[in-house]
Design a protein around this ligand. Structure first.
Ligand code: SF4
Length: 169
């Protein structure tokens, strides 16, 4: 019998209409394939911290290693609002004893590696989103992946194998 693992996931990947534009980012490899073998703990940090759907889009600005999250155009700084929620969310993920997390790529909150950050230079740098940073900081050995890679069978199977082997500390 296949072991069911508990995985955190960016909620929009499962079809939740939580994006800034009111849409979702349903991902078949996540919802339909991995979903057969996992129990998901869906989280949308932007909705979780109290922002509405729809909402103004946001972007990362400043230093790639410690970026701020601001509303596009107005520049209103939402960093602290989001981080306060993120700290609560990682506590919840620990209680759920997750064995992995699947992130939505390119999001200023959820991207694992490559969210654009405006540094003032004409060329945008890439960095991790604020929520993904908190998850990785809290669980440094946790298997993590961005959803766009999971349509590749080998990447998906490797991630699931690592998740099944992971013991939360
Ligand atoms: S990428 Fe993250 S913050 Fe953006 S809608 Fe999806 S779950 Fe919410």
């Amino acid at each position: 019998m296949t072991t069911s693992v508990v995985l955190g996931v960016s909620a929009c990947l499962l079809g939740a209409h939580v994006r800034y534009d009111g849409m979702d980012k349903y991902n078949r490899a996540v919802a339909d394939i991995i979903g057969r073998f996992a129990r998901f703990v869906p989280i949308c940090p932007e909705v979780g911290c109290g922002l509405t759907v729809p909402r103004e889009p946001m972007e990362l600005v400043g230093e790639p290693e410690s970026p701020r999250l601001v509303i596009c155009g107005s520049g209103q700084d939402m960093t602290e609002l989001l981080l306060v929620y993120c700290r609560r969310a990682v506590d919840e993920l620990a209680r759920e004893r997750i064995s992995g997390f699947i992130f939505k790529e390119r999001s200023p909150s959820c991207a694992l590696t490559a969210a654009p950050v405006a540094t003032g230079s004409p060329v945008k740098s890439l960095t991790a989103g604020l929520f993904a940073r908190e998850v990785v900081r809290r669980f440094p050995a946790l298997p993590v992946v961005e959803a766009e890679h999971l349509s590749d069978d080998r990447v998906r199977e490797d991630f699931m194998e690592r998740a099944r082997s992971y013991i939360i500390t």
